[in-house]
Design a binder for this molecule. Structure first.
Ligand code: ZN
Length: 355
């Protein structure tokens, strides 16, 4: 079950795949009424705003490491506690999730469902500002949407966007003034004084599904760039295709060798998956591999250390919104584009990432 949630790739039999697709569809139907209810409550919390834990019936508010119920619980906040909103909302599991901070003296941050957070004007102790070595060293933060896709034009489910929907989204981005950029450009901007266009967007594609060739052709037609996180162990896109993609300016990143949950591996296996995927892709494709995306969006301190030690420039998580900061260099967030998202929902995700 765990494998189904964050990422489509797994070595399923056809029967398992069908069962998983049906289950996903079922879950979507089940959580829909909750989502509608949350919207009916009509509170969108303001980024940078102060909010108070309320209405939990004394149970307290769970703060999780990511914007979904599957993420680990970090801490429980008491009724009345006041915290600050960093970003959000991200819709998952029927809740609008917000990233919050200001609940401890360490400057920790985590994700909570917004329905138990009420805007407040009550004065509270200011959250510890991240005394940032980053700003001293001239590193920059940026708010930009980094979208996460899986299959394109092959099937229709959470991890598969149809061709008409994909084309519509690309056209909307172009018509709304967005310019696609690569992760190298974003990191150049954050760490090396590089320049970015005024409305940058990053389109990322995970797992190297063969169907992503459809996406490449659509991107090429519009002069757009994509970032493709592929497994060193191979799956769909061939080396010939990947080399051509790199030649056209698309960026190739690593997504491990075999797509395991990296937090569950021995040190040796972890090294192999993280450093090994970089090495094999670089030697096969003849291009540098600078970025690593965590399979299932799953990482911990040990995994991050392995990615940093392998010589990557950065690590990319699976969710979390559009606020990129140097202190998240190894876990920068993305925004999942579900195959079920309407153009209206797509536009909302883009806008809320950068508002
Ligand atoms: Zn994946």
């Amino acid at each position: 079950m765990k494998k189904l949630l964050p990422c489509a790739f797994a070595q399923f039999t056809v029967a398992q795949y069908v069962a998983a697709t049906l289950l996903t569809a079922f879950l979507f139907v089940m959580i829909l009424p909750v989502g509608v209810h949350a919207e009916a409550e009509g509170t969108t919390l303001r980024k940078g705003g102060r909010v108070q834990v309320s209405g939990t019936g004394g149970v307290g508010l769970r703060v999780r490491s990511g914007p979904a119920l599957t993420f680990a619980r970090q801490v429980v906040l008491a009724e009345g506690q006041v915290v600050n909103v960093l970003s959000g909302p991200i819709r998952n599991d029927g809740y609008d999730w917000y990233k919050i901070t200001g609940y401890d003296s360490l400057g920790s941050s985590g994700w909570s469902a917004g329905r138990w957070l009420l805007p407040t004007s009550r004065k509270s102790i200011a959250p510890p500002t991240v005394s940032s070595p980053t700003s001293r060293s001239g590193f920059r933060t940026i708010t930009l949407p980094v979208l996460m896709y899986h299959n394109v034009g092959y099937g229709w489910n959470r991890y598969a966007v149809t061709m008409p929907a994909f084309r519509e989204q690309l056209d909307w981005l172009r018509d709304s003034g967005y310019t696609t950029v690569t992760l190298a450009q974003v990191y150049d901007y954050m760490y090396d004084g590089g320049k970015l266009p005024s409305k940058p967007v990053v389109l990322t594609f995970d797992d190297g599904w063969a169907s992503q060739w459809n996406a490449v052709l659509e991107l090429n037609e519009r002069g757009m760039m994509g970032v493709f996180f592929v497994m060193g162990g191979g799956i769909g896109l061939s080396d010939v295709q990947l080399r051509r993609m790199a030649g056209w300016g698309h960026e190739i990143g690593a997504h491990s060798l075999t797509h395991p949950d990296l937090t569950q591996l021995s040190d040796g296996q972890l090294y192999n998956e993280v450093a090994g995927s970089k090495k094999t892709l670089e030697s096969r494709l003849g291009v540098p591999i600078h970025f690593f995306a965590y399979p299932y969006g799953s990482y911990n301190g040990r995994v991050i250390d392995a990615v940093a030690a392998a010589g990557y420039r950065g690590g990319i998580a699976a969710w979390g919104g559009g606020y990129w900061t140097p202190d998240q260099r190894w876990t920068e967030p993305r925004i999942e584009i579900s195959g079920f998202a309407s153009l209206q929902e797509f536009a909302y995700l883009l806008r809320s990432a950068t508002e």
